[in-house]
Design a binder for this molecule. Structure first.
Ligand code: AMP
Ligand code: GLY
Length: 429
């Protein structure tokens, strides 16, 4: 056992997966979480501290003699938690608030991409609703409208018609549906293609490219229905060939890391590049996130061999040795089990059965995202309740394992997509 004491900041399925990967790391002695969740508290000590309460987090760091803090969600890094921790002398995995603008401001990230020739949809920025409406009316095709700031994944409207786009402009710029996050908007061209992502761990200068992943954002099979936080993911994506990954690296990832460094805001932590691959095979950057994807990382971490905690530590210290982690020749697939009503208003408190039986399926891990414990029973406690992850030598087998395990779990109102990874399997035959 190692000697490192690690704190994970966050409470969802992504953070549960991070805890598992950190716990597997040979450099780690202990893992604790803030604020964590009921599901996490059965395995790790959780401290009920708000992620914005820097004072309380710093005293936890001192009290528990922490050597590394790994931050899951975007809000704390955007609010400067990494800056605070680093100033305090603690290694914190994640970007500074300044570097986090790649996610926190769509205007910043679009203009940055333009400065460095990174392929991204042509765009215009507006703060004035009249000017925005005039621009939209002159377009030939329905555009994508994006609120500048963080909107918990709801600030992007891929419009179906010019009318629809005009109503999005009104909602965001005029009526301020997202408050100040919508004080400016990006209007951009809609790009057609296959959406996927690549996550890289960076130390400001060097990077470690993790396997590609594909999320399934719509509620229903066949990509229909409401948008969600993500109903499942698999990794790696067959369409992301070595040659395409090389293009992404050269055209998007390297210029970004270099550009941020040149601008005096070196990027440390996870850079998540949301990509659209056009039918011709060209990658376009749709968005940056400055943290691991949820549920993408649930399907990516099981493919990494080596000391994940050490990789995070090296990134935080600016001394990444990219061979600290190796990518195993395996596949992982994650299915999200959602509660009654998700993604609308959800019902909680439904008793969950079969988790143990699901975990008995070879190669399967059950990750808690939104669960609660009432006495000895595990019940639903959020919209996305559990993530069932299957790992195997092939995508087909990873998928079979995950779905076999899903079949063993039940709770009232449970629903999940039955087609995670199906299109990818069809594509590879
Ligand atoms: P973003 O938060 O910028 O990634 O946007 C959310 C979602 O909107 C993406 O995951 C895509 O599915 C979609 N999207 C964003 N920008 C575009 C675009 N230029 N063309 C087509 N779809 C887009
Ligand atoms: N699954 C997309 C995200 O984490 O933003």
């Amino acid at each position: 056992m190692g000697s490192r004491n690690v704190l994970v900041v966050g409470s969802g399925g992504r953070e549960y997966a991070l805890c598992l990967a950190l716990e597997r790391s040979s450099s780690v002695a202990s893992v604790i979480v803030a604020p964590g969740s009921a599901g996490m508290s059965t395995r790790w000590k959780c401290y009920d501290i708000k992620t914005l309460d820097h004072t309380a987090l710093l005293s936890l760091v001192d009290r528990e003699k922490l050597d590394l803090v790994v931050i899951g969600p975007e809000a704390p890094v955007v609010e400067g938690l990494v800056d605070t921790l680093q100033q305090h002398g603690v290694a914190a995995y994640g970007p500074s608030a300044a570097a986090a603008r790649l996610e926190a401001s769509k205007v910043f990230s679009k203009k940055f991409s333009q400065r460095y020739g990174i392929p991204t949809a042509p765009f215009q920025v507006f703060t004035n609703p009249t000017a925005a409406r005039t621009y939209v009316r002159r377009l030939d095709r329905a555009p994508v409208i994006k609120a500048n700031g963080l909107c918990a994944g709801k600030g992007v409207v891929v419009s179906e018609s010019i009318e629809h786009a005009l109503s999005a402009v009104d909602a965001i710029l005029e009526r301020r549906a997202f408050g100040d996050a919508g004080a400016a908007i990006v209007i951009e061209e809609r790009i057609a293609g296959e959406e996927m992502s690549i996550q890289v761990m960076c130390d400001g200068e060097r990077m470690l490219v993790l396997p590609s992943a594909q999320d399934h954002k719509r509620l229903g099979d066949g990509d229909v229905g409401a948008n969600t936080g993500g109903m499942g993911a698999y990794s790696p994506v067959p369409l992301m060939t070595k040659a395409l990954e090389e293009k992404v690296r050269k055209q998007i990832l390297e210029p970004t890391i270099k550009g941020m460094q040149e601008e005096g805001q070196p990027f440390r932590g996870t850079l998540f590049a949301g990509l659209m691959i056009t039918p011709k095979g060209d990658p376009y950057l749709l968005e940056f996130n400055v943290r691991f994807g949820d549920p993408e990382v649930q399907a990516t971490l099981p493919l990494l061999d080596g000391d994940f905690a050490e990789a995070c530590y090296q990134c935080a210290k600016g001394e990444l040795q990219p061979d600290v982690l190796r990518i195993a020749n395996k596949h992982a697939l994650c299915v999200v089990l959602a509660s009654h009503g998700y993604p609308g208003s959800v019902r909680t408190g439904d008793r969950i059965l079969g988790i143990k039986e699901a975990e008995a399926v070879p190669g399967v891990t059950v990750i808690h995202a939104g669960t609660r414990k009432i006495e000895d029973e595990v019940v639903t406690g959020g919209g996305r309740v559990l993530n069932v992850v299957g790992v195997a030598d092939t995508l087909q087998e990873a998928r079979d394992r995950a779905y076999e395990a899903c079949g063993k779990i039940s709770f009232d109102g449970m629903h999940y997509r039955k087609d995670i990874g199906a299109r990818a399997l069809k594509a590879v035959g």
